[in-house]
Write a protein that binds this ligand. Structure first.
Ligand SMILES: Cc1cc2nc3c(=O)[nH]c(=O)nc-3n(C[C@H](O)[C@H](O)[C@H](O)COP(=O)(O)OP(=O)(O)OC[C@H]3O[C@@H](n4cnc5c(N)ncnc54)[C@H](O)[C@@H]3O)c2cc1C
Length: 304
């Protein structure tokens, strides 16, 4: 069944747009290549308690974002204190609360191509299955959006090519630790990393689970390393210093944080019913993704 809107991606941008568009009466189908919703607001489940291996804390500076989040604060899903928000009891819980209804969401569907015929859009996933819609919203990081749009990339979007992202290596470790998180991150060679004990965040399960997000310089040497090998190296570094490592996993984000952003809130195609939104339109991570999707969805509703 063709939908009014097809949405690629279920991070903050896709979820925001879905909520606004369906509220306005448009039928939507969201396609997500991962196993569940959240995008970079993600959480890795584990018997020992789990790790926020994407974002956990995020800034809330704009009144419109604050107003939108109030529902989730009232429901006890989100802590919002001094302009900083954290989802409970895991970093992906806000995304889960915003998730589309089952019939409107398809996980593990990676969109591979976009075609257009007489104003009708057709997406094809990597298994060759097709999906039809009248409008399309793309919310993956800009380089991926550009690759997907391929022949349909609008040449009137020159600034979009300048959007860039910082890669991040994330180490998730449960251990009986000697020393504090700064010392542990230093042992790993994590540069000026962000180091967070999971149990120090609101609503988390107890346990000594540390998440270390390497800064860009410290990430670069590991960009090509096999993740199991990387986990082994980090595990040995910690163990050699007397820490008892119970679990250690590594993850690599190629597009973690926006480094160079684009002004303008979102992109709307000149000739086709295609919009692009996401955190590439600001330097405030989750909030930028929200504001961008808000702008795109408002435009789509206006042009319905
Ligand atoms: C380690 C880390 C720490 C961070 N820390 C912070 C922080 O402290 N504060 C903050 O504000 N922000 C932080 N961020 C950034 C923040 O998570 C992002 O800015 C925000 O979540 C981006 O949302 P989005 O919807 O634009 O993109 P995403 O969350 O990336 O969503 C895009 C979705 O599209 C899907 N997708 C991509 N291609 C396809 C395809 N072809 N077919 C189907 N689906 C596809 C992806 O799987 C993904 O789910 C952090 C990010 C990382 C990785």
């Amino acid at each position: 069944m063709a939908r009014d809107v097809l949405i690629i991606g279920s991070g903050m941008a896709g979820l925001t747009a879905y909520n606004m568009l369906t509220k306005a009466g448009l039928s939507c189908l969201m396609l997500e290549k991962a196993r569940g919703v959240g995008g970079r607001m993600s959480h890795r489940r584990h018997d020992l308690g789990g790790y926020d291996h994407g974002t956990s804390f995020f800034k809330v500076t704009s009144p419109i974002f604050k107003k939108f989040l109030q529902t989730y604060v009232d429901q006890g899903i989100l802590d919002l204190d001094g302009g900083v928000a954290v989802a409970k009891p895991a970093g992906n819980n806000l995304a889960r609360a915003m998730a589309p209804k089952e019939a409107d969401f398809l996980a593990q569907k990676q969109v591979a191509s976009i075609t257009e015929d007489a104003g009708r859009l057709q997406l094809k996933d990597t298994d060759g299955v097709t999906y039809e819609g009248t409008k399309l919203l793309i919310t993956c990081p800009m380089p991926q959006a550009k690759t997907l749009l391929h022949n349909h990339w609008d040449q009137s979007w020159p600034d979009a090519g300048q959007v860039s992202y910082r890669p991040v290596v994330t180490i998730m470790a449960t251990m009986v630790a000697r020393g504090d998180e700064l010392g542990l991150a230093k042992l790993m060679g994590a540069g000026n990393s962000t180091n967070l004990w999971e149990a120090d965040k609101p609503g988390r399960q107890e346990g000594h689970r540390l998440v270390v997000h390497f800064d860009e310089d410290a990430t670069m040497p590991w960009l090509q390393t096999d993740l199991k090998e990387l986990a082994g190296i980090m595990s040995r570094r910690l163990a050699d210093a007397g820490n008892q490592v119970l679990d250690l996993q590594a993850h690599r984000w190629l597009y973690a944080h926006t480094k160079t952003a684009m002004d303008g809130g979102m992109l709307a195609h000149r000739d086709l019913p295609i919009w692009v939104a996401g955190d590439g339109f600001g330097l405030n991570g989750v909030e930028s993704a929200f504001l961008s999707a808000h702008a795109a969805a408002s435009d789509m509703i206006k042009k319905r």
